[in-house]
Design a binder for this molecule. Structure first.
Ligand SMILES: Cc1cc2nc3c(=O)[nH]c(=O)nc-3n(C[C@H](O)[C@H](O)[C@H](O)COP(=O)(O)OP(=O)(O)OC[C@H]3O[C@@H](n4cnc5c(N)ncnc54)[C@H](O)[C@@H]3O)c2cc1C
Length: 456
């Protein structure tokens, strides 16, 4: 590779704040809301033009599709965000659970409003591209936007980029699955002109269930082990129809389609069609991302043509939209102070530094288990604390977890939990003038409990 040496230059200090949250997805929204509500001057910055992360930019609407009657809830912001979205007309009933599906477009307004009400300073269209470090102390980040290259200084930085960008820039140790084992990425799309009555009538007849996932002979795109407890339960799964499309030559041999539908409106919109999966994509590599976007759009069109020909109710369906970006499931995650493991998820892990809980729900890396029992694990503060860098916490899907536990903690419900815990920890550490890694955890837990979070 050839190199160019960039000349050194002075950068303007654009903003100085107490807490800087980088990345405005589920974890970033929760971190910014909780830090600001706990009294810290807080900035939330996001590289795209809206907050919401995978919800709004990819179109993932099912924030709690795992919720059933005995599921133990995390409370706090996870609950408040879903309820606020409902009160603002930004949800509709999710088809497989007792939860709300979030309307990806309307949620942009919900996030804007909640952040404004909490007094968070919001910045859109601005990307973190580097860090400022004095010894092992992180003191700020370098940003790029249409306003140029600028600096934001902060006492505590919360990395909610999903990809642990800030931790990686700062030299904190992280892990990243190789391309053969990383979860696939998805181009989410929505359709218009769907005949809901015909579609639902067909679903009544075909009765898809979780046990069907990846079971079609000609379309074994997933090898999933489904827990016996949920095999026979209804799942909004589309698989067989794509096997037909392949047989008919509508889907190329090397492409495998299959996955779930979500809300279908009275007006004929089928939102959040999650049936495309592109394997072997490194989401921190611009060439892979380019390939994924282009291949993903092609595959979505194969899917729509197949649905038009073989899925009752979709005969006149047309493409409504693609997600603004390919949906990313997995990339870097930090090696922190504590690692969440398979044992924690499956055997109700307990930690004295818990900042919240999440139910025993496993979806990914070949496993599915719904939280039909009241089992849950503690989320320890230590899984957000990176090694070797001070003043930094990492939240959302980039926390420290083993491959098995990752299939649980990547879920948005758990991302809200880590974001809320990190925001409160940042505010408490600033008030007490202690490094965030050494924050008084009992004080943090007391604030979280006051906010309605189930901490233990
Ligand atoms: C197709 C698909 C289906 C899924 N289905 C479900 C589901 O049904 N239920 C569920 O709970 N979860 C689901 N997930 C997983 C879930 O959406 C993610 O794991 C979750 O959104 C992660 O939240 P996060 O806050 O860590 O990161 P993200 O949601 O990825 O948000 C990160 C934000 O940071 C911004 N950002 C990144 N880098 C920078 C930077 N350098 N500077 C500034 N901003 C930056 C991004 O633009 C983004 O807005 C799904 C994911 C995919 C892709």
């Amino acid at each position: 590779m050839k190199f160019y040496t960039e000349p050194a230059k002075q950068l303007p200090i654009f903003v100085e704040t107490e807490v800087l949250v980088v990345g405005g997805g589920p974890s970033g929204i929760a971190a910014a809301l909780s830090a600001a509500r706990a009294g810290a001057k807080t900035v939330l910055m996001e590289r795209f033009g809206c907050f919401g992360g995978m919800i709004t930019t990819a179109g993932v609407e099912s924030v709690a599709w795992w919720r059933h009657k005995n599921t133990v809830e995390s409370g706090g912001l996870a609950k408040e965000i879903e309820e606020t979205a409902k009160a603002m007309g930004a949800t509709s009933p999710e088809p497989q659970s007792i939860s709300q599906a979030i309307n990806a477009e309307r949620f942009k307004i919900v996030a804007d409003q909640m952040l404004e009400d909490a007094g968070v300073d919001r910045l859109l269209h601005i990307t973190a591209v580097g860090v400022i470090k004095e010894g092992n102390q992180l003191t700020g980040i370098i940003t790029e936007s249409k306003s140029g290259r600028q600096v934001i200084l902060a006492k505590v930085i919360i990395d909610c980029t999903g990809d642990a960008d800030i931790a990686a820039f700062a030299g904190a140790p992280f892990e990243q699955p190789d391309k053969d084992s990383v979860m696939s990425v998805t181009t989410v799309f929505s359709c218009s002109n769907v005949n809901k009555n015909r579609f639902m009538a067909d679903i009544e007849v075909t009765k898809p269930k979780y046990g069907d996932w990846g079971r079609d002979e000609e379309n074994k795109n997933w090898s999933y082990e489904i827990d016996d407890s949920c095999k026979e339960m209804f799942s909004p799964y589309l698989g067989k129809v794509f096997a037909k499309g392949k047989k008919a030559g509508l889907v190329p041999k090397e492409v495998t389609l299959g996955g779930s539908w979500s809300t279908v409106t009275e007006f004929g919109d089928a939102n959040y069609m999650n049936v495309v999966s592109i394997p072997k994509v490194d989401c921190t590599d611009v060439l892979d991302l380019t390939r994924a976007e282009i291949d993903g759009r092609k595959q979505a069109l194969y899917a729509i043509e197949t649905l038009r020909q073989f899925q009752p109710g979709f005969e006149k369906a047309t493409l409504k939209n693609f997600g603004m970006t390919v949906g990313v499931r997995e990339s870097r995650h930090i090696i922190g102070r504590t690692r969440l493991t398979e044992n924690d998820i499956c055997h109700q892990g307990r930690y004295p530094d818990s900042i919240g809980i999440f139910p025993e729900f496993i979806d990914g890396n070949g496993q599915l288990k719904l939280p039909l029992q009241p089992h849950y694990f503690h989320v320890p503060f230590g899984c957000m604390v990176p090694q070797g860098v001070e003043n930094l916490l990492v939240c959302g899907r980039a926390i420290d977890a083993d491959k098995f536990a990752y299939a649980t903690i990547r879920n948005m419900g758990c991302c809200f939990v880590t974001g809320e815990g990190a925001g409160v920890a940042a505010a408490v550490s600033i008030k007490d003038n202690t490094p965030v890694s050494a924050v008084n955890i009992q004080k943090v837990q007391a604030v979280l409990e006051g906010n309605g979070v189930k901490v233990f």
